[in-house]
Write a protein that binds this ligand. Structure first.
Ligand code: ADE
Length: 433
C-alpha cells in the first residue's frame, strides 16, 4: 500500500513519518509513503497559487498543479483513492475511518491532498476528489495536521501496523460505547487508589465492571454517539440503565390564556393517552397531569379508570402506556412525588414554543449538562399558550423551542411532547447494521 501526500509544506511530514509505529510499518513493508510539494509540479517561475477569482482577498492553489501531481503519483502507484482535506468536507469519525480503510486496502493507493490558503481551485477538486474530508467544524491554517490526523486514525486498520488488531476492534467508537478507564502503578497516586475490583484478579468481575463504567461514561459524555450507534437490543438495554429517570408533567394550571393573562385550561382525552404512549416509547418513568379544578379532575379519573379496566381488553398496549399517568393538584405535588420515589429532587426542565430570556437555555445536545447532576429529570409542558412566567422561573433549564425553518409554529402539545422525547432520548441511527 502506498500513500502519496501532496502539501505546500512537505517537510512537516518528515518527523511524523519517521516516528514509532509509522516508522516500523514502513520498515516491515506494510506501507510506503511518497511526500511531495505542490511546487514540485510547477514549471520554473510558475506559482503554485493565484488570486481567488471575484472580489475578496486570498490566494488559491492552481488547478494545473493538482492535475500534474495526480498524474505523476498515479503513474507511479496506480489509480488512487483521492482525499482532499478541507474544512468544508465530510466530517471524519470512526465509521468513516473504517470505511476509508476498507477502500484503500482494495485500491492499494491513497492520495492525500492537504489544502492551504483559501483552498484548491474548485474545478480541480471537482475533477479529482473522491472524498473531501474535514477533521472537525473548525478552521486550521491548512490541511497538513488534518492529513496527519487522518493517517494516524487510518493506519491502525492496516494489518500489521498496530501490534494487536484486537485492541483496534475493542477501542472507543468501534461500537456504541467508549473504552473503559485504564490505570497503572502506583496503587495510590495523589490520594486516589486504583479501583479495588481491578486488583481482584477475577477477570469476569473486572470485565463486568469495565463494561458498566464504559457504558455510564458513554451515555453521560457521548450520548450523540451512543444513540446513533446502539443497534443491538442488549446495547440499548445497557445504555438505558445509565440514563437518569425522566418524567413529564403536563400543566393545565398556571398557563397563559392570552398575552398577560394566566389561568387554567381543560383536559383532553387525546393528550392523556397520546402523550402516555410517547412517554412509554421513550422510557419515561411517569406522566403527571396537573389540574386543580375538581370537575376536570373528575374527567381525568374517569378516563384513567377506563384504561385501568375495560381499556385493557380494548387496547392492551395503550393500557400499559396510560398506566404511567397520575393526576396531581399542583406542580409542588409532582415534585414531591418524584422526590419520594427517587430520593432526589427532580431537575425541572421547561419547554416553550418561543425563545425565553432570563432562563438557562439548553439545546438538544446538552444532555451531559443535565445528566451530570445525577438527579431525575422532569420535563414540564404547558397547555393553552404555554407555561405561565412564574412556572418558567422555577425551571433550572429551558429547552430551545422546537422549530422548522419557517415562521409558522403551532404544534399541539402532544406533538411537541413526542418531538421533545425523541430529540432528548431517542435513538438516531447513522447506519443500520
Ligand atoms: N484545513 C483547515 N481546517 C481544516 C479542517 N478542519 N479539516 C480539514 N482540513 C482543514
Amino acid at each position: 500500500m502506498n500513500i502519496s501526500i501532496l502539501s505546500v509544506f512537505p517537510s512537516l511530514y518528515k518527523d511524523f513519518l519517521e516516528t514509532s509505529l509509522l516508522k516500523r510499518a514502513q520498515a516491515e513493508g506494510h506501507v510506503s509513503f511518497t511526500v511531495a510539494g505542490f511546487t514540485d509540479f510547477c514549471t520554473p517561475k510558475e506559482r503554485l497559487d493565484g488570486p481567488t477569482a471575484g472580489h475578496g482577498a486570498g490566494m488559491a492553489i492552481r488547478p494545473e498543479v493538482i492535475g500534474r501531481a495526480v498524474e505523476h503519483f498515479e503513474q507511479q502507484h496506480g489509480v488512487a483513492y483521492r482525499i482532499f482535506l478541507t474544512p468544508q468536507g465530510k466530517r471524519l469519525d470512526q465509521d468513516l475511518v473504517r470505511d476509508i480503510a476498507r477502500i484503500i486496502q482494495e485500491k492499494k493507493h491513497l492520495m492525500v491532498v492537504a489544502g492551504r490558503y483559501e483552498g484548491i481551485d474548485a474545478r480541480a477538486q471537482e475533477k479529482y476528489v473522491d472524498l473531501e474530508l474535514s477533521i472537525g467544524d473548525y478552521v486550521l491554517m491548512g490541511g497538513d495536521l488534518p492529513a496527519m490526523v487522518l493517517l494516524e486514525a487510518l493506519l491502525r486498520y492496516i494489518p500489521g501496523v498496530v501490534g494487536r488488531s484486537e485492541s483496534v476492534e475493542k477501542d472507543s467508537f468501534s461500537g456504541p460505547f467508549v473504552d473503559f478507564p485504564t490505570y497503572t502503578a502506583p496503587a495510590v497516586w495523589d490520594g486516589k487508589a486504583i479501583p479495588e475490583v481491578l486488583l481482584s484478579g477475577n477477570h469476569a468481575v473486572i470485565d463486568a465492571w469495565r463494561k458498566k463504567v464504559a457504558v455510564e461514561k458513554s451515555v453521560k459524555k457521548h450520548f450523540e454517539w451512543v444513540r446513533s450507534h446502539c443497534i443491538q437490543d442488549e446495547d440499548r438495554a445497557l445504555a438505558a440503565q445509565s440514563i437518569p429517570p425522566h418524567y413529564i408533567v403536563l400543566m393545565h394550571d398556571e398557563v397563559i390564556l392570552e398575552p398577560g393573562v394566566t389561568g387554567t385550561s381543560s383536559v383532553t382525552s387525546l393528550d392523556i393517552h397520546d402523550i402516555a404512549r410517547s412517554a412509554k416509547t421513550y422510557g419515561l418513568e411517569g406522566y403527571y397531569l396537573v389540574t386543580s379544578l375538581l370537575d376536570q379532575q373528575a374527567i381525568v379519573r374517569k378516563i384513567l379508570e377506563f384504561w385501568e379496566t375495560s381499556g385493557i381488553e380494548y387496547n392492551k398496549q395503550r393500557h400499559h402506556a396510560v398506566s404511567l399517568v397520575s393526576l396531581m393538584g399542583s406542580l409542588d405535588q409532582v415534585m414531591e412525588a418524584i422526590e419520594r420515589k427517587e430520593g432526589k429532587r427532580p431537575i425541572l426542565v421547561g419547554t416553550s414554543a418561543r425563545k425565553c430570556s432570563g432562563v438557562r437555555q439548553i439545546t438538544y445536545k446538552d444532555q451531559d449538562v443535565v445528566w451530570k447532576e445525577d438527579r431525575p429529570v422532569l420535563f414540564i409542558l404547558g397547555t393553552a399558550k404555554g407555561l405561565a412566567p412564574q412556572v418558567m422561573e422555577r425551571c433550572e433549564y429551558v429547552l430551545a423551542p422546537i422549530e422548522g425553518f419557517l415562521k409558522f409554529n403551532h404544534l399541539s402539545v402532544r406533538s411537541a411532547a413526542a418531538v421533545i422525547f425523541d430529540r432528548w432520548l431517542g435513538i438516531n441511527l447513522v447506519k443500520l447494521d
